[in-house]
Design a binder for this molecule. Structure first.
Ligand code: ADP
Length: 479
């Protein structure tokens, strides 16, 4: 039968719960290590009677023991006695594990220790929360303080830019202006993130013109998108009223982030934004936004990580495209504050679709009629004629991206001539953008091409006109 530690083959020997096995006679035939330790026996616990451990619950009798204990899995509070007759409360479950053989198993926990542990856990939890709060407040304060000098620099730069300068100085000033803008974006993201984490973020719903807001979003992106040669389409359901009540600034922030990403990660094809009205409860309506692109896409394994803070798909992506990895996490938190959800569907090299829902309020007197399921959407903004289907568009985008295809070659040449035009006009920022596209279009190309591309990229980064021209000619000749 079961014996002491040396004979014991049970994994329960090292369990954290006290385990005693006793027989119909009341004789304890097995006690695990923690039971022996807590009850302060050595190896002499086996052989004792169960009433030695629980004298208030079990009494010895001729047949073994008498008890009114309700055997089963329901925990009961009992008093356990140590060898030296001192006692402590336990929460025990005693089951009659083998009725025929008359074997009972008792599993018990020291209640005081459990309470002590849960108090400790609670304390550690509170300390961690406090530390988190202090950290978030610190980050919020520091980023807030950073804003002032950055805006100071920006203000001065803009003032200097308003005066006539020589080209070289103007270029440097534009560069500093761009750096300050980027820094401001990062500061704002960190500020929002820390406020959201600290639970100090609140929405500011107000009445606003919905289509005006979309127009503003379009204005923010259209130049960069069309400069990259991408199409841009926006459709909006006519069921969405002119005015709604919501946090316009935050809706713009989410859309800006998703469209910037779409633009950043797409070198060929198009970006589409669709807005639908999907549900209504009293005077609240649900809006559903879909932002799709035909860009680099995201691997399935990476999709789950996307909405976590500081998450970028991989280090090479952050090196190539920059970013803090906070944008989508902030979007997720904002969308959730607005009662919605954000999701992504994507396929590597075939584009991504981010969609999110939010709840907004109808203004007084606005249309409260129920939704028609077959509503048609009005095209809102189009930046290039959409005459082919999404699948065809994707196929075409894929051909353009794949190095070696005639479409790719044509596209490479187009981007190279745009790049050189920017260089001639000394617009280095735009030239860098075309360089990024060229780099993507030559992925998988022979080493010789990659080397030429790298040389051209370095020359552009250094804004070295002669080297850029030489690099351009070498690459163009090769192609
Ligand atoms: P960041 O501010 O660094 O861009 P985000 O949270 O907005 O951070 O995005 C996190 C990562 O998700 C990006 O670095 C990129 O790897 C991936 N990602 C986001 N949008 C797209 C997209 N439209 N296409 C491909 N990858 C994307």
């Amino acid at each position: 039968m079961m014996g002491q530690r040396e004979d014991c083959i049970f994994p329960i020997e090292d369990a954290l719960e006290m385990i005693l096995v006793f027989e119909q006679t009341g004789k304890i035939s097995y006690a695990n290590a923690i039971a022996r330790q807590k009850l302060e026996y050595k190896d002499d616990l086996c052989g004792k009677h169960i009433s030695d451990v629980f004298p208030n619950t079990f009494k010895t009798c001729e047949n073994g023991f008498e008890t009114d204990y309700p055997f089963g899995h329901e925990p009961q509070n009992l008093v356990a006695y140590r060898k030296n007759l001192t006692c402590f409360p336990v929460e025990a479950r005693i089951i009659n594990s083998n009725v025929d053989a008359g074997i009972y198993v008792c599993m018990a926990n020291d209640i005081l220790e459990k309470e002590f542990l849960s108090r400790e856990i609670e304390q550690v939890k509170q300390e961690a929360q406090q530390a988190m709060k202090v950290k978030s407040e610190f980050v919020a304060n520091v980023t807030h303080e950073l804003r002032t000098p950055v805006n100071g620099v920006l203000g001065n730069i803009r003032e200097l830019l308003s005066e006539k300068r020589d080209d070289r100085t103007e270029r440097s000033l534009h560069l500093i202006e761009r750096c300050c803008d980027d820094m401001n974006k990062i500061i704002n993201n960190i500020l929002d993130f820390s406020k959201l984490e600290a639970g100090k973020f609140s929405l500011e719903p107000r009445k606003f013109d919905f289509r005006n807001m979309l127009n503003y979003v379009k204005e923010n992106h259209i130049n960069k998108i069309t400069e990259k040669g991408l199409g841009f389409f926006m459709t909006v359901s006519p069921k969405i009223p002119e005015y709604i009540i919501g946090d316009e600034l935050r809706i713009v922030q989410i859309l800006n982030n998703l469209i910037s990403n779409a633009q950043k990660f797409t070198s060929l094809g198009k970006i589409t934004v669709e807005v639908l009205r999907t549900a209504q409860v009293n005077d609240r309506i649900e809006l559903f936004f879909i932002v799709s692109d035909t860009g680099i896409g995201i691997e399935k394994a990476d999709r789950d990580k996307l909405f976590q803070s500081f998450s970028q798909v991989d280090a090479s992506i952050s090196r190539k495209y920059g970013g803090t990895g906070l944008g989508l996490n902030i979007c997720k938190q904002l969308v959730e504050l607005m009662g919605g959800r954000i999701e992504v569907e994507s396929e590597k090299d075939r584009g991504s679709t981010f969609s999110f829902s939010i709840w907004v309020e109808l203004c007084e007197g606005e249309d409260n009629t129920p939704l028609q399921p077959d509503e048609k959407h009005e095209p809102f903004i189009t930046a290039s004629p959409a005459t082919i289907s999404m699948d065809e568009e994707r196929q075409e985008a894929e051909n353009m991206r794949k190095y070696g295809t005639p479409e790719n070659l044509e596209n490479l040449k187009k981007n190279l001539s745009k790049l050189i035009l920017c260089v001639e006009l000394e617009n280095w920022e735009k030239a860098e953008m075309f360089m990024d596209t060229i780099k993507q279009l030559t992925e998988g190309a022979p080493q010789e091409v990659s080397r030429l591309v790298l040389r051209l990229k370095m020359a552009i980064q250094k804004e070295n006109y002669d080297k850029v021209i030489a690099g351009y000619e070498a690459l163009n000749n090769y192609l």
